[in-house]
Design a protein around this ligand. Structure first.
Ligand code: AMP
Ligand code: MG
Length: 425
């Protein structure tokens, strides 16, 4: 009888490492950036704050009117009946009324205008009887109404953006609104990557119209990796294709470790190939081969080469993307000082029947959308082979099916991990 070796298709293998345990090991061994640089807020989009941003001022800076109306002192409000007040001037947004008003006086005021000294209340124009330079108000006027107080939105000294935040457009606007021109952020991460395989044809060396040599395939992973890295706003170094031999792999890893904070490769980590990658590592660093309890993407190499972290992803194009999303993306966010590392997971109702064997968590490609009742539903993109990159291109989320599950029936709740927005059909 033939003695069978473990394979990627084994139903359950006790030694397989759960994804969450692998992620934990990752975070224990990674050291987030400490180098800080100061950048203009206009260059700060997607950069990670190395310290909290504190407001230097109150917002609004001064009390101002929330409505068009008349500004007055609450002491002018009659306890019963009506009172007649003299309109002594006008306050516009950007053109304040400069004098102080007294009891029995009021100022015509427009939204956003600073409250004149002596005024603490705005009565809206619809609630007064106005004639010439007089207005009549009654006892229904509420003191301190329709006034935005100084510091109501933000108080001077208040932390408005926390350390570890990746800055978005609104954050840039908030800083500008406070007069903050520059900000301290962590430096950008540098990531070097290459693909491995004797079967790979590089697009750069391919003439349009030429057919692929037998057994060759286009190196798509390098382009996928570059694109995924760009969405994470890191600096990238493309080291090309490395052929399946120990010395080339060693040289490429060495070069990558000198250039970058993190190295990502694809291919060469499955049982047959792993030998030359293992040998290539021999005196370069400390790398372990993880057999993960996930599908696609069981083999993954992880470790350190010099100062750089290393991820050897599997070669299959879908496995590359799935392992990137579960490991490389959180690792890069963690290293960059970002406190928000994991991809969002949300519940959805699955409309498809999904087949699966128990033992490993599966990440199947799905299309999520809101149904006619506004409920989040998800459908499979169909056949789930690890090489079918087009299924990933059609998908907008991964459907996560827990290790112990043996499938999903239509109507079951599942967790989905979105990687792009909701799509119309
Ligand atoms: P490997 O993990 O090196 O055994 O690769 C597994 C399979 O993934 C190969 O047989 C190829 O079909 C595919 N593959 C590997 N590298 C690439 C790549 N760079 N681009 C596209 N497909 C690849
Ligand atoms: Mg290979």
């Amino acid at each position: 009888m033939i003695e069978k070796q473990p394979s990627c298709d084994d139903v359950a293998e006790p030694a397989l490492l759960p994804v969450s345990v692998a992620q934990q090991r990752l975070f224990e061994s990674l050291k987030p950036l400490t180098t800080v640089e100061r950048v203009s807020i206009d260059d700060a989009l997607f950069r990670v704050l190395s310290e909290g941003v504190v407001s230097p001022m109150d917002v609004p800076a001064q009390a101002n009117s929330a409505m068009d109306g008349y500004a007055l002192s609450s002491a002018s409000i009659p306890s019963t009946g009506e009172a007649s007040l003299t309109v002594v001037g006008t306050a516009w947004a950007g053109r304040p009324y400069k004098s102080e008003i007294r009891v029995g006086e009021c100022v015509r005021i427009y939204t956003g205008a600073i409250m004149p000294a002596g005024a603490d209340t705005v009565v809206i124009q619809e609630h007064v009887r106005a004639a010439d330079d007089k207005i009549d108000i009654d006892s229904d006027v509420t003191a301190a109404k329709n006034v935005r107080m100084a510091g109501e939105d933000v108080e001077a000294g208040q932390e408005i953006l926390a350390k570890g935040r990746s800055l978005q457009a609104a954050d840039i606007g908030v800083m500008a609104s406070l007069g903050i021109k520059s900000v301290n952020v962590f430096r950008r991460l540098k990531v070097a990557f290459f693909t491995t395989g004797d079967e790979l044809q590089s697009l750069e060396l391919h003439k349009p119209g030429d057919s692929l040599a037998p057994g060759m395939l286009f190196d798509s992973n390098r382009h996928t990796l570059a694109a995924m890295l760009k969405t994470l706003h890191v600096e990238i170094v493309d080291l090309g294709i490395v052929r399946d031999n120990e010395e080339d792999t060693r040289q490429a890893l060495l070069k990558a470790s000198e250039l970058a904070d993190l190295i990502v490769t694809s291919g060469g980590v499955s049982a047959g190939d792993a030998d030359f990658v293992t040998r290539a590592f021999h005196d370069l660093g400390d790398v372990s081969f993880w057999k993960l309890a996930m599908r696609p993407g069981r083999p993954l190499a992880y470790g350190n080469i010099g100062e750089a972290a290393f991820f050897g992803l599997p070669g299959n194009p879908v496995a590359v993307m799935v392992t990137f999303l579960q490991f490389v993306q959180p690792a890069l966010r963690f290293l960059s000082g970002n406190t928000d590392v994991f991809a969002m997971e949300i519940p959805a109702r699955c409309l498809s029947k999904l087949r699966k064997s128990p033992g490993r968590v599966e990440y199947q490609r799905g299309v999520m959308r809101l149904d006619e009742n506004g409920e989040l539903v998800v459908e499979s993109t169909g056949k789930q082979g690890a090489g079918r990159l087009s299924s990933m291109s059609r998908a907008n989320c991964l459907i996560i099916i827990a290790a112990e599950k043996d499938g999903v029936m239509p109507g079951d709740k599942v967790m989905v991990q979105p990687f792009r927005g909701l799509m119309s059909a």
